[in-house]
Design a protein. Structure first.
Length: 79
């Protein structure tokens, strides 16, 4: 599977581990952006791509990858 077959749709941070400022620093230091931040009771989610946009491009299958230390990547695949 090539890099073109998946995208990082969002990056999720556990709010028990990261403050908003710490999460922003992590996002920027790893080359991501933060135009849209969704907040839940437990997480800060930094949207990289609109789900509707990715759906139009043929992406449809979501997988959550826990990379440790309170950070998860929400990946979307085009199968």
């Amino acid at each position: 599977m090539s890099h073109n077959d998946f995208k990082v749709q969002s990056i999720a941070f556990n709010k028990d581990t990261f403050s908003l400022e710490q999460a922003i620093t992590w996002v920027l230091s790893h080359g991501y952006k933060f135009n849209k931040i969704d907040e839940t009771n437990n997480q800060l989610r930094f949207r990289q791509f609109s789900p509707d946009y990715l759906k139009r491009l043929g992406f449809s299958t979501y997988v959550t990858k826990d990379i440790g230390n309170g950070v998860q990547l929400i990946l979307i695949y085009r199968l």
